[in-house]
Write a protein that binds this ligand. Structure first.
Ligand SMILES: [Zn+2]
Length: 176
């Protein structure tokens, strides 16, 4: 039996180690594997988003119409809120220090709200019931306080969002 270990990436023997935990011959190979994994993740998310927009096209059209019916003329965008056990967390998620976020339409936005026109579909991490609220169309886009109980919507899809400042498991089951 050989006591040599081989690089996971280039299959060259790993010199000077007897450790089973050694997986790469060097930094270069390790970085290549990390980059490949990242690329795969991006691709998977991209395909997922494309598929969501296609599969849920009718739902998205209906939701957009509902939003336009509910919104007052001053509204320029909307947010969707998830009850996470102790508070409502509002999406889109913009952790502190974030300048840009990825949209479901694979564009980037610097806004902490989804746009009404042109319509930006909501990006949420869980299939669940969300509260809906609107923000003013004029910067700094304050939240419009008129709330209505009927402004609740079950969103039928989810995309991975990281990082999130709360545990998705804390979301009460009856909202899912
Ligand atoms: Zn290697």
């Amino acid at each position: 039996m050989s006591d040599e270990f081989f690089c996971v990436y280039c299959r060259k023997p790993i010199a000077g180690t007897r450790k089973r935990s050694a997986r790469y011959c060097g930094l270069e190979c390790r970085n290549k594997v990390t980059a490949a994994r990242r690329k795969e993740e991006t691709l998977k998310n991209r395909n997922l988003k494309e598929m969501i927009v296609k599969v849920h096209a009718d739902w998205l059209t209906t939701f957009h119409h509902e939003l336009l019916t509910w919104a007052i003329p001053e509204a320029g965008g909307y947010q969707v809120g998830l009850w996470i056990g102790q508070m409502t967390y509002w999406f889109p998620s913009m952790p502190e220090g974030t300048r840009l976020r990825n949209t479901l339409l694979r564009t980037r936005s610097r806004h902490s709200f989804f746009s009404l026109e042109p319509f930006e579909p909501p990006t949420v991490p869980l299939i669940a019931v969300y509260q809906v609220r609107f923000v003013h169309k004029i910067p700094p886009h304050p939240v419009l306080s008129i709330q209505d109980e009927k402004w609740r919507k079950w969103i039928p899809y989810a995309v991975p969002i990281r990082p999130l400042p709360f545990n998705l498991r804390a979301v009460p089951r009856d909202l899912r």
